[in-house]
Design a protein around this ligand. Structure first.
Ligand SMILES: [Fe+2]
Ligand SMILES: [Fe+2]
Length: 213
């Protein structure tokens, strides 16, 4: 099954169940929070400009907005990133951390400040492209619901982030390094590993439910 229809099947199962749906939302809140934290950690205050500061705060706001919907849907127990409030939180975090490590390694021959800037831009470009795909599929599945409307602002900001980092990467001529290190293929592999973990979790849940029925 191609990844997109795998995703659509997963999303349809998740949104049919409010608890799973709250875990899904909180997982994306967690990823947005990890993104926010990564940006803050990767920058030196002396050179932190408006664009990156805005990007960090927008990711923080995405984490907050998704958390609020998760709590509204699932109740106050979703007001944390405890493992049971997430959907394959560990697999989600390794998607991000492993990709970050691969991007950092691809620019290991650069001076530290440039390496950190290019690693930040390349991991952001790859993650933003994927986030747009996933959020758009999720939004489509939600139809005209209130959550779908709330996702619109978030999607517009992700499109803006992607445009910014893509132009930095083009200016820095980083495309050949990204291609040589096969970073897109690595991202795809990590994403499929995450989808596999979610499918496994959903299947286990139904097998468990059937066994106790
Ligand atoms: Fe975001
Ligand atoms: Fe973003």
């Amino acid at each position: 099954m191609p990844p997109q229809s795998r995703l659509e099947t997963i999303v349809a199962t998740i949104i049919a169940d409010p608890t799973l749906h709250a875990r899904w939302l909180n997982t994306f809140s967690f990823l947005e929070y990890v993104g926010f934290r990564k940006i803050v950690k990767s920058q030196r205050a002396e050179t932190l400009g408006l664009a990156v500061l805005t990007h960090a705060l927008e990711e923080g706001r995405h984490a907050l907005g998704l958390r609020k919907i998760a709590v509204k849907l699932g109740g106050p127990r979703f007001d944390s990133y405890e493992p049971e409030t997430l959907l394959c939180g560990e697999a989600a975090e390794s998607y991000f951390q492993d990709l970050d490590a691969a991007c950092d390694a691809a620019f290991s021959d650069r001076a530290e400040a440039e390496r950190s800037r290019l690693a930040y831009a390349s991991v952001t470009a790859l993650v933003e492209r994927r986030a747009l795909d996933v959020y758009e599929a999720y939004k489509r599945a939600l139809g005209t619901s209130e959550i779908a409307r709330k996702l619109e602002g978030l999607l517009a900001e992700e499109v803006k982030h992607l445009g910014e980092v893509e132009s930095w990467l083009a200016e820095a001529g980083a495309g050949s390094v990204i291609a040589a290190a096969d970073l897109s293929a690595r991202e795809e592999e990590l994403y499929e590993r995450f989808l596999g973990a979610v499918e496994h979790e959903l299947t286990g849940r139904f097998v468990g439910a059937a066994a106790t029925a």
